[in-house]
Write a protein that binds this ligand. Structure first.
Ligand code: COA
Length: 340
């Protein structure tokens, strides 16, 4: 071999340039949930913080919701759709193994030739995608990345299950991430704990519903749904993940009193409160509590919560926010970002 192989090199840093969300039209309040499970509005509010959530209609597909959120994010970013050269979609509720939904969304929003793929990192998905986008932009593998979290968890929720029926919801959130001259996405702290996989799981594989060659299965095959050992997940998130959030903050070099906002995955408002306490955040740090009106939308929850804080006028461009996602796997990822 004689030639010298060239390696790519990219921008010095990356930053989030624009965020957008899509919230399904139909609002489902706790009273409606209580027609499906033995519960009360008061129990749901005090145990989870949730007052209402949104469930998608048939036309509000994973691709449709993601496309709407992405168009908003692109418009706010000031980037032309055609400049986007990579689309990462985090979802666990696109019910087709292949093709991935990302190429469809890339085509839909006008980034038709972008590299496009799905990732499966459950409720940590948006932070996983942000970490990947940051690394790709700095390595030169991409210049503008569209990172999307989108879920139709209502399709995977057993409406008679007391442990999950009131929590899971639908929606999409997107961010355009591009080059920056100054640091605007801090070091990611991420990891997994597969030993705890059974704490959030799908009741059965698709091959247990119907055989790979269409053969019927014994018994009464049911559409798979999600189950959760709520108390175990609650403890893991409130202690272990809260420590990871602290590590992400420390590694960013931002002190708790310098942070402007804390926007964790919207899993349960009590988890958010426990994390805020562990982090020792001053009272004037803005805390994302979009779960109250949105439920737990998994990979979509962080960008949706960011968008909600802008709409409330609670945050503004240039402020710092600690984001952290955590969920089925178990997996987690967190980093400090400068808000677009
Ligand atoms: C699901 C969750 C709200 C349940 O709250 P909890 O305080 O742990 O509740 P428990 O399951 O321990 O049950 C406590 C009591 O409430 C009852 N209960 C459970 N579900 C109920 C419901 N939907 N409505 C009313 N009562 C309910 C239980 O029967 C139990 O009653 P008992 O004390 O008489 O035995 C909570 O565990 C949670 O949010 N966990 C984390 C979930 C999460 O973040 N998931 C996403 C991660 S990505």
């Amino acid at each position: 071999m004689t030639g010298t192989l060239q390696a790519s090199s990219g921008a010095p840093y990356a930053r989030i340039l624009g965020v957008g969300g899509y919230r399904p039209r139909r609002v489902v309040d706790n009273a409606e949930i209580c027609t499906m499970i033995d519960s009360t509005d008061e129990w749901i509010r005090t145990r989870s913080g949730i007052v209402e959530r949104r469930w998608a209609a048939p036309d509000e597909t994973v691709a449709m919701m993601a496309g709407e959120a992405a168009r908003k994010a692109i418009q706010r970013s000031g980037v032309e759709a055609g400049q986007i050269d990579c689309v990462i979609v985090s979802t666990v509720s696109h019910l087709h193994q292949t093709p991935a939904v990302a190429p469809l969304i890339a085509y839909d929003v006008g980034a038709a030739s972008a590299a496009a793929f799905d990732i499966s990192a459950a409720c940590a998905g948006f932070c996983y995608a942000t970490a990947m986008a940051d690394a790709m932009i700095r390595s030169g593998a991409a210049t503008y990345v569209l990172a999307i979290g989108v879920e139709r968890l209502s399709d995977l929720t057993d409406r008679s299950d007391r442990g999950t029926a009131f929590i899971f919801a639908d929606g999409a959130g997107a961010a355009v991430i591009g080059p920056s001259d100054v640091p605007a996405i801090g070091p990611v702290v991420w990891g997994s704990d597969g030993e705890k996989a059974p704490t959030i799981y799908q009741t059965q594989g698709w091959d247990e519903v119907v055989g790979p060659h269409g053969e019927a299965r014994e018994g009464e095959p049911r559409f798979p749904t999600l189950r959760m050992a709520g108390r175990d997940v609650f403890k893991w998130a409130s202690y272990t993940v809260a420590e990871k959030a602290r590590e992400a903050l420390q590694r960013s070099g931002i002190a708790p009193e310098e942070l402007d906002a804390f926007i964790p995955h919207q899993a349960n408002d009590r988890i958010t409160t426990a994390m805020t306490r562990t982090l020792g955040l001053p009272d004037d740090v803005v805390v994302g509590r979009d779960i109250v009106h949105q439920g737990n939308t998994s990979a979509a929850s962080i960008p949706l919560a960011i968008e909600a804080l802008y709409e409330e006028g609670a945050v503004r461009s240039g402020q710092t926010a600690l984001i952290i996602g955590f969920g089925a796997g178990l997996v987690y990822a967190g980093q400090v970002v400068v808000l677009p």
